[in-house]
Design a protein around this ligand. Structure first.
Ligand code: HEC
Ligand code: HEC
Length: 217
């Protein structure tokens, strides 16, 4: 982890624990607490450290935000802010970041990422991708898994509160499917829709559909 990331994480952790008297004085954490800073500036100076300046992060721990549906992105930032989304990496990294964001900044951040062009990953295993394609468009009849496309759109681009999944990191998708399957950490709001879907998806099926989605444009 480089120094810049470390200082933001540290700043976020301090904010999350309410130790405002220990606030780090880095540029990034000052920006996060200033309601007059625009969403674009936050995206370029703070979020970029983990999510990439154009929303195409390289490390799969950090989800890609480029092209994400604004209504979904807005909902997630508010869920981190209210602590409704509480999976471990979510609260470690995002609670402190979202804590003092205003609704106006959140709307501006959503507009910023909608305007960025998603860059899909490169296919590593064509067989797995083909298997994932079938699950995405037709579901798995034997275990009552519905077609992902019925909610996430035929190309995985999402709409409204249904997230874009195309071009997302394979490992990030897998991790979220596991969160929906094994925890209630994302059960609030529309998250409840995903629990039964993830519950009936086997590990192999999850890997296939994640491999497929990560290489879609
Ligand atoms: C220090 C690293 C870091 C910084 C800086 C950061 N994030 Fe995150 N963000 C994460 C991690 C890690 C996750 C994934 C959490 C999880 O696994 O649930 C995440 C998740 C998200 C999500 C949920 C995406 C999805 O597909 O559900 C959104 C939206 C988001 N971040 C927006 C932002 C914005 C906007 C900023 C800047 C104001 C920002 N992040 C700054 C690390 C960071
Ligand atoms: C009934 C509608 C529905 C179906 C069917 C569905 N999803 Fe979802 N999915 C959602 C909703 C709504 C969300 C956003 C949940 C939230 O707000 O936390 C979501 C979120 C996700 C996320 C988290 C994305 C992120 O950026 O964190 C993944 C991954 C996902 N779905 C994968 C799938 C896969 C794979 C399938 C098919 C096997 C599928 N979904 C089928 C409604 C659905």
């Amino acid at each position: 982890m480089n120094k810049a990331i470390l200082s933001v994480v540290l700043g976020a952790a301090l904010l999350a624990t309410g130790c405002s008297n220990l606030k780090s004085d880095t540029e990034s954490t000052r920006d996060l607490n200033d309601p007059s800073v625009s969403g674009r500036t936050l995206a370029e100076q703070v979020c970029a450290i983990c999510h990439g300046v154009d929303g195409n992060s390289t490390n799969p721990v950090f989800p890609r935000l480029a092209g994400q549906q604004p209504a979904y992105l807005t909902e997630q930032l508010k869920a981190f802010r209210s602590h409704d989304r509480s999976d471990v990496l979510g609260y470690k990294y995002m609670w402190g970041i979202a804590r003092n964001l205003t609704n106006k900044q959140i709307d501006e951040l959503a507009a910023y990422y909608k305007g960025q062009t998603p860059i899909p990953g490169a296919a590593k295993n064509a067989g797995l991708v083909a298997q994932g394609d079938a699950i995405f468009h037709h579901g798995v009849e034997a275990t009552s898994v519905p077609a992902c496309a019925s909610c996430h759109g035929p190309q995985g681009h999402g709409h409204d509160g249904f997230p874009r999944l195309a071009s997302q990191h394979q490992d990030y998708i897998l991790k979220q499917l596991s969160v929906f399957k094994h925890t209630n950490d994302r059960y609030a709001g529309m998250g409840a829709m995903m629990s039964p879907v993830a519950y009936n998806l086997s590990g192999d099926q999850a890997r296939a559909v994640a491999a497929y989605l990560s290489v879609q444009r």
